[in-house]
Design a protein around this ligand. Structure first.
Ligand code: PGA
Length: 257
């Protein structure tokens, strides 16, 4: 089955509202309805405060570029100081949310159980989850990358049925490649993405797994995107640094076409 490619920009903690509006407008100005609208799914994931302004720009321009959050809390409301809920994201018109990014896991102590709760809360509300998995350099050096990453996938999808799983995208992001300029080779990335798809097939059957997208993330840029996208199990990218400049993000989108 041919999967539609996806380019998702993870802005991390970058861009004030004013800066976000400028960058979103720059990207929107490049929007090509014939190709971008049909042949690739494009998502930008700015900080929470930028979501509404970015969405307003994209809606005004009638683009099909979606906005996504970078994190969410699983309870719908209540005494959870500092957290943002799924209904809040939904009201903004956020279609996607990144879950379990390695920075959340490593810097903010997010566990596999937390990731699973967030995935469930998102898909039950009809949003799409971009579920991040990936190994540290220590795990890679030990030679247990595929076991480690596939265990993260199983944990993230525990108790999620096939219909809801199809609302998810998995992003394979080796931690040693994030923001380091050190990309996984296409062969390294493909081996893990294929193992992720095999795990999804084990959970949901081959047909569902064939329809789900697996992205690569970690220093993906216009110089290395083609080799990565040429791999049969890599369906797009989750982009940090290169999504912060219109020119490089647009080049990555065009590489999908
Ligand atoms: P990077 O970040 O492209 O800057 O390596 C990717 C990510 O963390 O999602």
């Amino acid at each position: 089955m041919a999967r539609k490619p996806m380019m998702a920009g993870n802005w991390k903690m970058n861009n004030t509202i004013a800066e976000a509006v400028v960058l979103t407008q720059e990207i929107s100005n490049q929007y090509d309805k014939e190709t971008w609208g049909e042949d690739v799914d494009i998502v930008i994931c700015p900080p929470y405060v930028d979501l509404k302004p970015a969405k307003t720009v994209l809606d005004f321009d009638r683009t099909k570029i979606a906005v996504g959050a970078q994190n969410v809390y699983w309870e719908p409301s209540g005494a959870f100081t500092g957290e943002i809920s799924v209904p809040m994201l939904k009201e903004i018109g956020c279609a996607y949310c990144i879950v379990g990014h390695s920075e959340r896991r490593e810097l903010f102590g997010e566990t596999n159980e937390d990731v699973n709760r967030k995935v469930k809360a998102l898909v039950e509300a009809g949003l799409y989850a971009i579920v991040c998995v990936g190994e540290s350099l220590a795990v890679r050096d030990e030679g247990t990358t595929e076991e480690f990453v596939c265990a993260q996938v199983r944990a993230a999808f525990a108790g999620v049925d096939a219909a809801d799983a199809q609302r998810c995208v998995v992003a394979y992001e080796p931690i040693w490649a994030i923001g380091t300029g050190r990309t996984a080779t296409p062969e390294q990335a493909e081996a893990v993405c294929a193992a992720i798809r095999a795990t999804l097939a084990d959970l949901y059957g081959a047909e569902v797994a064939e329809g789900m997208r697996v992205l690569y993330g970690g220093s993906m840029n216009p110089g290395n995107v083609e080799g990565l996208l040429a791999q049969p199990n890599i369906d797009g990218g989750l982009i940090g640094g290169a999504s912060l400049k219109c020119e490089s993000f647009v080049q990555l989108i065009e590489a999908c076409l």
